[in-house]
Design a protein around this ligand. Structure first.
Ligand code: ZN
Length: 498
């Protein structure tokens, strides 16, 4: 008898029912959809907690009903058990602080304490002697700090924890309360920043896809740019409407985000289906949902494309699929397949041009689903079955399991519930996060002219972080911007990214 697959595949009409299993009850009693990722078979962690109201797949009603029962079926993860966000410290009720053996303890309330090692605190001093306020680089000589350093005194002040260190020049450090809460590691305190919210979507996104206008995107005050990049961060894509249907205007639009990332396809592409480059994108055949440049060590971050014209033919609808949504379905329906895709590396190549032969480093490639090793959060989907190289590294015991896993993944990606089809018209550009959203197209005839470009993921993230500082400061920035010597050269030294 042939070996059965580890996970038999039920017909996908079950997705709508089975997605109910996604829901959990939040601490507050508000139903949440918690998307979980298993980094290994032994560690289950949250990858995103999405407020229920933000789920746009149209299955919200089913989710609510199932929330309580799903919650009772599922053990709480370590992250869920960690301490919830604390309120801002008020000057009338300062935390209790005390010096322990090798740590300083801060009592936020009667039940919640954070502990910081002395050496950690001394190393993170941000006084002008220890941290360059303009360059935001460390000045303190970490290796001169005595291993057993102990504060002389610790004092709760309105602005934060004041620590006096033993030294001839009476070294005093001040750590803002919100900063200490944000960086508390013993225990980790939950963060609530809006940047954690990702909206997972399916087909129903077609009713109101995230969109900005060309005027907004180009407006000098950057508010529209912030809205645009926030759309991409939350949804993994955004449309831009009203773009003049020219390569020049489209290129200017891309440059609002940052440097264009040049690749073997050029810097800014302007192409028709003439196979000018040895890639199927340059043909008229249908392309299934995939991410681009899976054969790079660092796949392109954003992809911008803009249909400039389509004459003498039809077809060529564009397909977008939220890879994080599909992954959340996979995890619920086929947790073993999710594990396989999170662990098995997939080699890939780009070899259609005689002058180039791309492979990622290491050549064994990367798993289809990549996670933040610290938080367990799903961070990247990398999937293009057409670009896959030889799978000679699986081991005989994994071969059938792996093929079953990618079959399950393919079912999640190609479910009608997952697919957002849009017939683009000249004037509407699409920007997608190539680390999350897969794209494809239907076959077409006639002459189609497309243009577009890539932007590196770091470039895009940097721009978004700068705009967040300005338009959506987090709790630390809100409470420390007024502190003396906090802001130099336009940036706060307590910024959470530093
Ligand atoms: Zn210092």
């Amino acid at each position: 008898m042939p070996a059965a697959s580890s996970f038999g595949l039920p017909p996908l009409l079950g997705v709508s029912q089975l997605i109910r299993a996604l829901s959990l009850l939040g601490r507050s009693g508000v139903p949440l959809v918690a998307v979980q990722s298993k980094v290994t078979r032994h560690h289950t962690r949250n990858i995103a907690r999405v407020p229920h109201s933000q789920i746009t797949n149209g299955l919200a009603a089913h989710l609510t009903r199932a929330a309580a029962s799903a919650a009772s079926l599922r053990p709480r993860s370590a992250t869920e058990d960690s301490i919830q966000p604390l309120p801002e410290v008020s000057p009338d009720a300062l935390p209790i602080v005390s010096i322990g053996d090798n740590k300083v303890a801060i009592g936020w309330d009667t039940r919640t304490w954070s502990r910081f090692h002395n050496i950690w605190l001394r190393d993170h001093c941000r006084c002008p002697k220890c941290f360059h306020a303009i360059t935001k680089q460390r000045l303190v000589n970490t290796f001169e700090i005595p291993h057993d350093i102990t504060p002389v005194t610790v004092q709760p002040k309105a602005e934060g924890l004041e620590v006096k260190w033993p030294s001839s020049d009476s070294h005093i450090s001040l750590y803002p309360w919100a900063w200490l809460q944000q960086h508390s590691y013993d225990p980790v305190i939950h963060k609530t920043d809006a940047e954690k919210d990702k909206v997972l979507w399916g087909k129903k996104i077609e009713k109101s896809p995230p969109t900005v206008t060309y005027e907004e995107a180009m407006s000098e005050d950057d508010r529209g740019l912030f809205k645009w990049l926030t759309n991409i961060d939350k949804f993994g894509f955004s449309l831009v409407q009203g773009v003049p249907p020219t390569p020049e205007a489209t290129e200017e639009l891309v440059e609002r985000i940052g440097f264009i990332r040049e690749t073997q396809y050029g810097r800014f592409w302007d192409f028709t289906s003439d196979l000018a480059k040895g890639d199927m994108a340059y043909t008229t055949i249908a392309l299934g949902a995939h991410t681009d440049t899976t054969y790079f060590t660092d796949p392109c971050g954003l992809q911008v494309f803009h249909l400039l014209s389509h004459t003498d033919g039809s077809g060529g609808a564009s397909l977008l699929v939220d890879g994080f949504y599909a992954a959340s379905i996979l995890k619920e329906l086929y947790p073993d397949a999710y594990d396989v895709l999170s662990n098995v590396r997939v080699p890939a190549h780009a070899a259609g041009e005689p002058s180039a032969l791309y492979r990622p480093s290491p050549p064994s490639g990367y798993p289809v689903l990549s996670h933040d090793p610290v938080s367990g959060e799903l961070t990247q989907v990398r999937w293009n079955n057409d670009d896959r190289s030889v799978m000679s590294h699986l081991g005989p015991q994994l071969v059938e399991e792996w093929y079953s896993a990618i079959r399950a993944w393919n079912e999640c990606l190609t479910s009608p519930d997952s697919e957002f089809w849009i017939q683009l018209q000249p004037g509407t550009a699409v920007v997608i996060d190539n680390h999350r959203v897969l794209h494809g197209r239907s076959a077409f005839d006639g002459k189609r002219r497309m243009c577009g470009a890539y932007v590196g993921v770091d470039e895009y993230r940097s721009k978004l972080a700068v705009l967040r500082e300005k338009f959506a400061p987090d709790a630390v920035l809100r409470t420390t911007n007024e502190l003396p010597m906090a802001v130099a050269n336009g940036r706060n030294i307590w910024n959470s990214a530093l």
